[in-house]
Design a protein around this ligand. Structure first.
Ligand code: UDP
Ligand code: MN
Length: 490
């Protein structure tokens, strides 16, 4: 009887030991499954065992992060307190009360957002802390890699560019910012020349580089990356505002796994009144449709993290704002330098990361605001287009699609203000008849109006013809003016 009991006990002990210690079975594997990159704790301190816990040396080594590195609270409490006391235009991310004089078209012309309003708001304005409350108690590695912050710009507004830089300087631990590299993509606006150099001379960590010709954002980012000295490179757009404690949560994930590319949550700075708001829904991840349009789609409940403030995987990034280990970026080959102006680069880098054994994450505790423009203010040189190649057939209807024009649906509009939709081609002219006019508008004889596009909500719609409106200008490539004239006469 006793011997049996002893055997039983021995067997139980053996099974327990196997469960705890053997790799790829039992608790060990369970534990690793919960931590896909093999780094316990996500970005928080939650599951790091205290020193001395667990007697097995192998277990100890794996469980202790970064060779037993300590974690710390990176919040800059003083600056948070100072920010909370600020009052004035746009402070706390509130909407600026616009007057009729500021509501005019002219205010948007050069930047695609209201520069009059931007100019009225402090370069050091405060933002609301809209992070998940759990972010307040998250601790990150005490020793983090530093980063070069690369900001490409092309004809950016003065106050929007400077506010980007100020927000980074105000809300980043100085020891983590190796440098801020402003890369001018051949701007021609005066304020971006000597005045910018004089201004930035006051900030020793800021450098200005310039391209020798218009390169587009991809090669401009690459130029910045090529001179960067930081352990990590962080890309931002030239009209952003970094929010509270945005940087440590990004660098922490890279420190734990250098092949992780991380993106902050991108908040919306309104292009009219500069109010600062979250995008609809945080539990969303990057995706794209068959036309390569980037979109955010909800994360299925079973894949959502128990703590919504924890980092989560994202298949594709939005594009402009992310941090990456500098060497890993170059191991990935950087961006394809053949990419023009903008668009598509987010897929290229995203696919490479996943295919080369890296991962990509969105970091809810890191938030950066971005001004989503009303329309694209700068010229995109003819012949180079964006992510989507959009070809039009040479006929009286317009068939979007592949170069062989095999598609059988046409642009169709029913009234002078209706949306432009895709409908089966009927070859009966009428609603599907369009004229390619010399002033680069697309005229719709049936309604007597022109095709217009809304940058803010991605719609194509009919509008009163206004050839001076940039949103009614379409690029016609390889047109034959004789044929075009004959076509428009008939
Ligand atoms: N940019 C650039 N060269 C270009 C076009 C854009 O350097 O030819 C910069 C631009 O100033 C911004 C970033 O690239 O900092 C992303 O462009 P944009 O903000 O226009 O894109 P969006 O955010 O509207 O998608
Ligand atoms: Mn932008």
């Amino acid at each position: 009887m006793r011997r049996k009991e002893k055997r039983l006990l021995q067997a139980v002990a053996l099974v327990l030991a196997a469960l705890v210690l053997l790799p790829n079975v039992g608790l060990w594997a369970l534990y690793r499954e919960r931590q896909p990159d093999g780094t316990p704790g996500g970005s928080g301190a939650a599951v790091v065992p205290a020193a001395g816990q667990g007697s097995h040396s192998r277990q100890k080594k794996t469980f202790f992060l970064g060779d037993g590195q300590k974690l710390k609270d990176w919040h800059d409490k003083d600056s948070i307190r100072r920010d909370a006391q600020r009052v004035g235009n746009g402070e706390q991310g509130r909407p600026y009360p616009m007057t009729d004089a500021e509501r005019v078209d002219q205010a948007y012309r050069e930047n695609g957002f209201n520069i009059y309003v931007s100019d009225k708001i402090s370069l050091n304005r405060s933002l609301p802390d809209i992070r998940h409350p759990n972010c307040n108690s998250k601790r990150y590695l005490e020793t983090l890699p530093n980063t070069s912050i690369i900001i490409p710009f092309h004809n950016e507004g003065w106050s929007s560019l400077l506010r980007t830089v100020h927000s980074v300087l105000n809300r980043s631990p100085p020891e983590l910012v190796a440098e801020i590299v402003l890369v001018d993509d051949f701007s021609d606006r005066e304020h971006l020349k000597k005045p910018l150099e004089d201004y930035m001379a006051l900030f020793p960590s800021v450098r200005i580089l310039r391209t020798k010709k218009r390169e587009g954002l991809i090669r401009t980012r690459m130029l910045g990356a090529s001179v960067a000295t930081g352990d990590v490179i962080t890309f931002l757009d030239s009209h952003c505002e970094a929010n509270v404690n945005w940087l440590p949560p990004l660098l922490d994930r890279i420190a734990r796994n250098r092949k992780t590319i991380v993106c902050p949550m991108i908040d919306v700075i309104d292009h009219d009144d500069f109010r600062y708001e979250t995008q609809a829904g945080d539990a969303m991840r990057g995706a794209f449709d068959w036309e390569m349009y980037y979109k955010r789609i909800p994360i299925p409940p079973e894949l959502q993290k128990a703590d919504p403030s924890d980092p989560f995987e994202s298949p594709v990034m939005a594009g402009g704002l992310f941090a990456v280990d500098r060497k890993w970026f170059w191991e990935l080959g950087g961006y394809d330098p053949g990419l023009e102006i903008w668009g598509g680069e987010q897929y290229e880098i995203s696919f490479k990361v996943w295919m080369c054994g890296g991962r990509m994450e969105d970091i809810p505790c890191s938030r950066v605001g971005h001004i989503y423009r009303k329309y694209v203010p700068y010229k995109v040189p003819a012949g180079v287009s964006l992510a989507r190649v959009f070809t039009f057939t040479w006929r009286e209807d317009i068939r979007p699609g592949d170069p062989q024009h095999t598609k059988k649906f046409c642009f169709d509009a029913i009234s002078h203000t209706s949306p432009v939709t895709l409908y089966d081609c009927h070859s009966m002219k009428g609603n599907q008849l369009w004229k390619y006019r010399k002033d680069k508008t697309l005229y719709h004889p049936v309604s007597g109006s022109c095709m217009d596009c809304s940058e803010s909500d991605h719609r194509i719609f009919m509008n009163t013809c206004n050839p001076s409106s940039v949103t009614q200008q379409w690029l016609f490539e390889h047109t034959n003016s004789t044929v075009l004239e004959k076509f428009n006469r008939n």
